[in-house]
Design a protein around this ligand. Structure first.
Ligand code: ZN
Ligand code: ZN
Length: 372
């Protein structure tokens, strides 16, 4: 596995992707590059390395990392969830989850990309680059937090803000075509009165509907540790038409996760969900009856296209300091800025307000008593 840091073509510093201008910045010499410029530079570097194999320090580090990788992977498999790599900049060990695809070195803070995690069959089709900068995310987080009274103070302290992290999460995006049909019975009732007699007219219709559907952008989570945490679902939708062909430069300066849920696992649920949408769409064309009941319906997917893509989310998580150790979070769509969160509640703060209300009522009551 190759552990790399995308390097500045000018000075060799570690590049990071800047959501503000969608370009790559070097914090050392302040150079700015486009994706095309970085790709071209890296392609040339690679070609140069291949010609002159035993020269470059970069290859040395890589080989070092690779050998370390094989030794630790056997250890890791016993434990299962953690793996070790060497930072290409300072040589320190980087501990990662098996799904981590991009992270920071804990010691030198250089952004590193674990290239092997997102290659071969795990190479994403597309990535939706961050459009919201960290500064904007922090400001929004603080604004939002001020409106939440019952949240414990330490949820919004400086450490928490520092933990605000941009993460690319893995998703499946499904586009499909389908043919569907629906059979049912519609009943119309008409009631009228002439003199003392009430007349009821019942008309029954046999209804058949058929249609061809095109479903687009059904987005499904592809990371199992995200399954219980609805944090990413709650900040949807993303404007997927702005996604670009995947280049791992976009991950520089962010964290990224690779998928561990395959599409086959999701396929039955996706089919069921689309069937539901199809039936509803057909039902909506039925017209107005007093009563309509579906006898049978069917939907066949004729063409399913799936894409593996990475979507951007700013995230803070917080583990409650009580016995339950529940994890709370604040999440923000890294493209549109939509926020969502499940926040801890401080019972102390809540108690103070309840006490305040009680005292207020008591005062009011006493006031009334006094008046009487
Ligand atoms: Zn530079
Ligand atoms: Zn390092």
């Amino acid at each position: 596995m190759e552990v790399i840091t995308h390097k500045c073509p000018n000075c060799g510093g570690a590049l990071t992707f800047d959501p503000a201008d969608q370009k790559f910045h070097c914090p050392y010499c302040l150079s700015i590059f486009t994706e095309a410029e970085v790709s071209e530079f890296e392609a040339k570097q690679k070609a140069a390395q291949m010609v002159d194999e035993d020269n470059s320090t970069a290859t040395e580090t890589t080989e070092d990392a690779a050998s370390k990788d094989t030794t630790t992977e056997t250890e890791a498999s016993a434990e299962g969830t953690m793996e070790l790599y060497l930072c290409p900049s300072c040589g320190a060990e980087i501990v990662t989850d098996t799904t981590t695809a991009a992270t920071f070195c804990y010691y030198c803070h250089n952004p590193v990309v674990l290239q092997g995690r997102l290659s071969g069959k795990f190479l994403p089709d597309k990535v939706l680059p961050f459009a919201i900068t960290k500064e904007e995310a922090v400001e929004s987080f603080l604004n939002w937090s001020q409106k939440k009274w019952f949240v414990p103070k330490d949820f919004f302290n400086k450490d928490q803000v520092a933990k605000l992290t941009g993460v690319y999460f893995p998703y499946w995006n499904v586009n499909a075509q389908a043919d569907g049909g629906l059979n049912g019975t519609g009943t119309s009732l008409r009631v009228w009165i002439v003199g003392d007699i009430e007349y009821t007219e019942t008309k029954q219709y046999e209804v058949r509907r058929a249609g061809r559907f095109r479903f687009s952008n059904l987005v499904k989570n592809a990371l199992s540790k995200n399954a219980q945490q609805k944090m990413v679902e709650s900040v949807q939708p993303f404007q997927l038409e702005q996604a670009v062909n995947f280049k791992d430069q976009y991950l520089a300066g962010f964290q990224a996760e690779k998928r561990d849920i395959e599409y086959q696992t999701l396929a039955p649920d996706v089919e069921q969900e689309l069937k539901g949408y199809g039936e509803n769409l057909l039902k909506n064309t039925v017209g107005s009856f007093t009563n309509f009941s579906v006898q049978s319906s069917h939907l066949e997917l004729t063409d399913t296209k799936k894409e593996y893509l990475l979507l951007p989310v700013w995230l803070v998580t917080y583990q409650a300091d009580d016995d339950r150790k529940k994890t709370f979070y604040y999440a923000m769509n890294g493209q549109t800025g939509k926020v969502a969160g499940i926040l801890p509640i401080s019972y102390k703060k809540l108690g103070l307000v309840a006490g305040g209300i009680f005292a207020g009522l008591l005062a009011l009551f006493m006031g009334v008593a006094y008046l009487l």
